[in-house]
Design a protein around this ligand. Structure first.
Ligand SMILES: *Cc1c(COP(=O)(O)O)cnc(C)c1O
Length: 369
């Protein structure tokens, strides 16, 4: 691997492949696999990651917003793309780019059917989202039959799938709640199928759902995001997966700060003893939030932990390297395979999802295969 000389986010497509194969091994061979590549494929690079997953055989893709789906089409993704949270202002673009909307209430259903009718579509594939307890997006199960009647009156659209999303699939203390969500979803799916007179696909499980409930609720398809990128929301599951992204940087400058001085904005770090510090070209504008400052977070230099001292600046941060044998120009690891994003995120009280998706587009992406 070439020497790191600036801040880079390395994307390991070999690790992505291993994770994909591992997750597939946890479900039946004929269950479809939907790869969630929203938010730049969880902060990596949606184009390269989606193309690799398409080559590996992913059946479906999902993004949050229409623009993300358009970018995938432009990049050469030909598999179906589900848009999880489409907004009516983008419905024409959805159809023009062969994207498939999740419809979650009567307002968007009506507006989408209207646009589809204007564009003279027949049986345009849509996905019906049920709210079974997350209380974020979705129709209620109670209205499933009436909903099916409304859809039957719109020949421009046809239901490709019905789906729902678990609120706590990673938390086995909430198993009873999860099983209740599953029951509610199954009832809604049965009612829809009966009233529609045809059988849409069903899907409910995200990564932790696959890991914890594959036997109970994998249905015809599962949806995985974080697992593809190497995290299973539990240390035990993380061990079967490989982090795909590694954030690396370099030491720009070393200071020997005498006792009594301070480091960084607002003098938040006070040197009560002489301290050796390193300044790193990475700041909150790159996605390392101020929550990692003041020793909550740390970098790894020559295998040793260097705590982030003082406030994280916009373009830089400073770490304490006292006792670490390193020089200006040396590589530093922010997160990757040894110190994982899950570990660093946990140190600041957040989760891998937030840390990896926050890495800003200013950081150079480097593909490693
Ligand atoms: C983001 C998202 C997923 C992926 O969840 P992971 O925990 O990353 O596997 C699945 N389904 C929906 C509806 C989502 O919004």
């Amino acid at each position: 691997m070439s020497k790191v000389r600036e801040t880079v986010l390395e994307i390991d497509l070999g690790a992505l492949e291993a994770n994909y194969r591992y997750l597939r091994s946890r479900i039946a061979a004929d269950t479809k696999f939907l790869a969630v590549v929203k938010a730049y494929a969880y902060g990596s690079s949606s184009q390269q990651v989606a193309l690799k997953l398409q080559e590996l055989g992913a059946d479906y893709f999902a993004v949050a917003y229409t623009k993300e789906g358009m970018a995938l089409r432009a990049a050469g993704i030909t598999k179906p793309i589900l848009v999880l949270h489409p907004l009516p202002v983008h419905f024409e673009e959805i159809i023009d780019n062969c994207l498939e909307p999740a419809l979650y209430n009567h307002k968007v259903l009506g507006e989408f059917a209207e646009v589809a009718t204007q564009k003279n579509t027949k049986d345009y594939p849509v996905h019906i989202k049920f709210n079974t307890g997350l209380n974020r997006l979705g129709f209620d199960q109670e209205g499933a039959e009436a909903l099916a009647e409304v859809i039957l009156g719109q020949s421009a659209i046809k239901v490709r799938s019905v789906f729902s999303h678990l609120a706590a699939s990673e938390d086995l203390a909430e198993e009873a709640f999860t099983l209740q969500q599953i029951d509610t979803f199954e009832l809604a799916a049965r009612q829809m199928t009966k009233a529609l007179g045809y059988t849409p696909m069903r899907h409910m499980l995200n990564t932790s759902g696959i890991l914890n409930y594959a036997k109970r609720a994998q249905y015809e398809m599962v949806r995985s995001g974080i697992g593809l990128y190497g995290f299973g929301n539990e240390l035990q599951y993380d061990l079967d997966l490989q982090p795909v992204v590694s954030l690396k940087s370099v030491i720009s400058q070393i200071h020997h700060v005498p006792e009594g001085q301070s480091v960084g904005y607002n003098r938040k770090y006070q040197a009560h003893a002489p301290v050796k510090t390193a300044t790193i070209p990475l700041g909150h504008a790159d996605g390392i939030s101020r929550i990692y400052g003041n020793k909550k977070g740390f970098l790894t230099i020559k295998g040793k932990r260097a705590p982030i001292i003082g406030n994280v600046c916009m373009d830089m941060l400073m770490v304490d390297i006292t006792g670490i044998d390193c020089e200006e120009g040396d590589e530093v690891l922010v997160f990757g395979k040894e110190t994982t994003a899950a570990t660093l995120a946990a140190a600041a009280g957040t989760i891998s999802y937030e840390l990896i998706t926050a890495i800003s587009q200013r950081v150079k992406r480097v593909i490693v295969d």
